[in-house]
Design a protein around this ligand. Structure first.
Ligand code: AMP
Ligand code: MG
Length: 393
């Protein structure tokens, strides 16, 4: 049995190669991983522009009555040279005349009885967004390995980067194991349950923009298990299985995996829930055997599988964590293993959700994340600050 930290490190180390890259249209790149640095093809802003609706003028004219020469709308090409004691009425985003160095915002001005613009309040900022003040042509704006979110899509649009190189998503096959399982559209008999793990893992992959193949339920039969896993490893880079990893008479996964020549990197983690978690590898093919209990398989995917899949695509996954106080004292009886405790956040403090154990799938519906309690610790006082690792959305 290894520690959770060791298991996470083994998983990251096992992602020793990168998937190939492909070029896609930028609007399709949401949640993909960038495979090239993105370099500014222009200065941003690319011209001196007004940050306000107001009047663009030469600062030396500020105490004079000013004649309005033009009304300049965003997108207009303005006069380049303001004569003395003149200004242009200007809108936010419009280019200012080259010799204007101040924009008086409209609220700070009035029109006098002779029709001249007068400035009644002078600010100590110019209200001008100067050419290249954000970014210079040639600057690296996004680094390869970054996860493309909505704001990166906007960045790509601004830089005219309409075709972008991203890492291919690994091919992933998912299968459940267990004679007790039926698919969700069935009504289980009084000795069966519905298969939830496969659909949860499919959804966790889809959140990462990985479109997995689903291969159904593998019965608890030793020969069939190794044959089917063999087939899955032939068609996919990564195989994710659930159930059949622990100590029962019909938990055939570790044996089946060895039989088809894979090296087991670990098969038991000192963590609760999630002890029977397995990882195996043969060349560039990887198998994860996640626990059958749904809370365990969910959390072990987040902790062990997700960083591995991201690293294959060149991304160094950093989950979002919040550092907040516990709303109530937490106790547990046994402390040999690290514990994962599903929690919600209310009034900026952390409340463990009702949780009956690793089979209690619905506990996760109330949870916004989980806390990790190290082995050896049986209680944490109310008010103690803890790290909450948020679930992805
Ligand atoms: P196992 O690891 O195969 O012994 O399974 C542990 C527990 O998880 C058992 O109660 C199983 O019935 C349950 N389980 C296994 N696979 C699934 C699944 N795909 N969906 C929901 N529960 C499961
Ligand atoms: Mg089973």
């Amino acid at each position: 049995m290894i520690s959770l930290g060791e298991a996470i490190q083994h998983s990251i180390d096992a992602a020793f190669f990168l998937t190939d890259t492909e070029k896609i249209y930028f609007t399709d790149s949401l949640n993909r991983i960038l495979a090239e640095d993105i370099i500014a093809d222009i200065d941003i802003p690319s011209f001196n522009k007004s940050a306000m609706d107001g009047y663009a003028l030469r600062k030396e004219d500020i105490n004079h009555p000013l004649t309005i020469l033009q009304v300049v709308q965003a997108g207009d090409n303005p006069i380049r040279e303001l004569p003395p004691q003149h200004c242009v009425k200007i809108m936010t985003g419009a280019r200012i005349p080259d010799n204007a160095n101040y924009v008086a915002k409209i609220e700070d001005t009035y029109i006098d009885e002779n029709g001249f613009v007068r400035i009644k309040h002078i600010e100590n900022k110019s209200n001008i967004r100067f050419k290249a003040e954000d970014t210079k042509k040639g600057d690296v704006i996004l680094n390869k390995g970054c996860l493309i979110r909505a704001q990166e899509i906007a960045t790509l649009a601004t830089l005219g980067k309409t075709v972008v190189s991203v890492h291919q998503t690994p091919t992933v096959s998912i299968a459940s194991t267990g004679n007790e399982l039926v698919e969700p559209h069935n009504i289980p008999t009084d000795y069966q349950i519905r298969n939830s793990n496969a659909y949860q893992i499919i959804a966790q992959c889809l959140q990462m923009k990985i479109n997995p193949l689903y291969d159904g339920i593998i019965p608890d039969n030793e020969t069939i298990t190794s044959e089917q896993i063999q087939q899955l490893t032939e068609k996919s880079d990564v195989v994710i299985l659930t159930g059949g990893v622990s100590m029962g008479d019909f938990d055939f996964i570790p044996h089946a995996i060895r039989k088809i020549g894979f090296d087991i990197i670990f098969q038991s983690i000192a963590v609760q829930p999630g002890k029977p978690t397995l990882m195996a590898q043969k060349d560039k093919k990887t198998i994860f055997g996640l626990p059958g209990n749904p809370v365990s398989s969910f959390l072990q995917f987040e902790l062990i599988v997700k960083p591995f899949l991201f690293k294959l695509m060149g991304h160094n996954y950093r989950p979002i964590e919040l550092y907040l106080p516990l709303a109530q004292t937490y106790h547990r009886k046994k402390a040999e293993r690290t514990s994962l405790v599903p929690v919600k956040i209310h009034d900026r403090s952390v409340i463990p959700v009702e949780y009956h154990g690793s089979a209690h799938l619905f506990s996760l519906n109330d949870a916004s994340g989980f806390i990790i309690i190290p082995s050896g610790i049986t209680s944490i006082e109310s008010g103690t600050y803890v790290n909450v690792r948020l679930f992805s959305s």
